[in-house]
Design a protein around this ligand. Structure first.
Ligand SMILES: Cc1ncc(COP(=O)(O)O)c(C=O)c1O
Length: 486
């Protein structure tokens, strides 16, 4: 592609994205294709000869788009949001164009210095105390893995990296069953194993019970194991449970445990004074992560990871081959030593663009709206005969189920209802199992959502629950990929 052609197609691509964002509401939220439907239209081998870019773009619309689930849709209430605000998309385009690999300060000083500065903006904005230093990881999963490797090496005084784990007392980590699956995955990868992850009991609201934490740590210590870390969750994925940090921190201090706090989704709400109580006690934490790529509007991927002592992280993850040394080594931050992968994208740019374009006030207003509408939704659900609000809103997440008197298997019934809702395409919700019961999660958080979208979606759920899927439904219908292969 010559650069004139790149310019022309690039302008067209921006036009395409703009039109997409203007019309996304007309699409079914969840892709309505069956497994294999997209692959059936893809060529079996890479082409030997060049294809015209206009033809590739046409195939993109024809083949790819029917297989896209629309995360920027205003009636996306599934999982947690992955908001990509237009300024963050612009920054991402610039990042892709510059294509700097920002592993060392020297390989793009602006990327490193902006990462440090913008994360300090974020630190201040969410009320983390001074002294926490930030790094952008690709995901909360990676941040948790990095934190647990750091915790392991802190406990083993660096000898785990040197010897492997077989010669040392088994390391244990503590979290609740509400904690995200990335915690267990991190334990597996870090050599701690699923068996080394102890599940601490929770109260009726899914919050860690600190006395059980203390008891399990004592039992494991007495049994010759090596308790190393606690992962506390602020805003659990299933129901938004918030673990009590002050009491957990007390146990961590007493037992010399590394405390990592996973606030992947809920951390954005720390911009709001009224939610700051969630980080009471945070000064005792060693590590904290939240995802601006979820609720804050920063194009995926961008996980803000803060650590109290970067030396613990870099001692665990740093490695010094001669080809990665530079004249500034030791005098500047080389973020490669703070991360699992060596290569790093210039992610700070999209955070900088987003925060500058909107300002914190506008972001706070968006968060407050989502929280308010979720509260209203909870009231509508609780007041509707035949429905049960299972867990009250935590920030902008609630769970509910349909409980008609004449249905024996309510779990199967709610799973079927969820399928009907998502097949209908008007809105998108996801399932959860809470205390052994199938429930439906409703998470309000898309940047484009307005109150009317919550209201009309709740109406649609009520109709689908009561009448089932109607053939004459006015839902948007998916377009299927047309024939031909790209
Ligand atoms: C509480 C929590 N932690 C971690 C994650 C994983 O986030 P990521 O996709 O950034 O790894 C999620 C994802 O939803 C989450 O809800």
């Amino acid at each position: 592609m010559d650069l004139d052609s790149f310019r022309n197609h690039g302008h067209a691509a921006i036009d395409w994205i703009t039109d997409y964002l203007v019309t996304v509401e007309e699409q079914p939220v969840r892709a309505q294709v069956r497994p294999g439907a997209i692959d059936a239209h893809l060529a079996r081998e890479a082409p030997d000869r060049p294809h015209d870019v206009a033809a590739i773009l046409a195939d993109f619309e024809r083949i790819v788009m029917p297989g896209i689930t629309h995360w920027q849709h205003p009636r996306f209430f599934a999982y947690f949001p992955a908001n990509a605000s237009p300024p963050s998309v612009l920054a991402e385009i610039l990042t892709a164009g510059i294509a700097a690999q920002c592993m060392l300060w020297q390989t793009s000083p602006a990327a490193t210095e902006m990462e440090t500065r913008v994360l300090d903006w974020v630190r201040q904005a969410i009320g983390l105390p001074e002294g926490f230093a930030g790094v952008i990881q690709d995901s909360a999963s990676t941040a948790t893995l990095a934190a647990l490797v750091a915790a392991r090496e802190r406990a083993l005084e660096g000898n785990g990296n040197r010897d492997g784990l077989a010669q040392h007392r088994p390391v244990t980590v503590y979290a609740t069953a509400e904690a995200h699956s990335s915690v267990e995955k991190a334990c597996r990868i870090a050599g701690i194993g699923s068996g080394g992850l102890r599940r601490v009991a929770v109260d009726g609201m899914g919050r860690m019970i600190p006395t059980d934490l203390a008891a399990q740590v004592a039992t494991d210590g007495a049994a010759g194991l090596h308790p190393a870390a606690v992962v506390a969750t602020l805003g659990s994925t299933g129901i938004g449970a918030v673990d009590p940090l002050p009491e957990i921190a007390q146990v961590c201090r007493a037992e010399d445990l590394y405390l990592h706090v996973d606030a992947a989704w809920a951390g954005s709400a720390l911009l709001l004074d009224e939610w700051r109580w969630m980080i009471d006690g945070i000064e005792a934490a060693d590590s904290f992560v939240f995802n601006p790529h979820k609720w804050l509007g920063v194009q995926f991927d961008c996980a803000a990871h803060f650590v109290k002592d970067p030396g613990v992280l870099t001692a665990a993850l740093g490695i010094q081959p001669s080809y990665l040394t530079s004249s500034e080594t030791g005098a500047v931050i080389d973020y490669r030593d703070w991360s699992i992968p060596l290569g790093r994208r210039f992610r700070a740019l999209k955070l900088w663009f987003t925060l500058r374009t909107y300002g914190l006030e506008a972001l706070r207003a968006m968060l407050r709206n989502h929280i308010t509408w979720t509260k209203e939704l909870a009231e509508w659900i609780a007041a509707e005969p035949g429905f049960e609000l299972v867990t009250s809103p935590s920030l902008a997440l609630l769970t509910f189920r349909h409980v008609p008197a004449d249905v024996a298997d309510l779990d199967a019934h709610n799973r079927a209802l969820l399928e009907r809702v998502n097949d209908d395409g008007f809105l998108y919700l996801t399932p959860h199992s809470h205390q052994g019961r199938a429930v439906v999660r409703w998470s309000v958080g898309a940047r484009t959502t307005e109150r009317k979208h919550v209201l009309e979606s709740w109406d649609r759920v009520r109709v689908l629950a009561k009448t089932g899927y109607k053939e004459d439904s006015t839902s948007p219908k998916p377009s299927s990929p047309r024939s031909g292969s790209g």
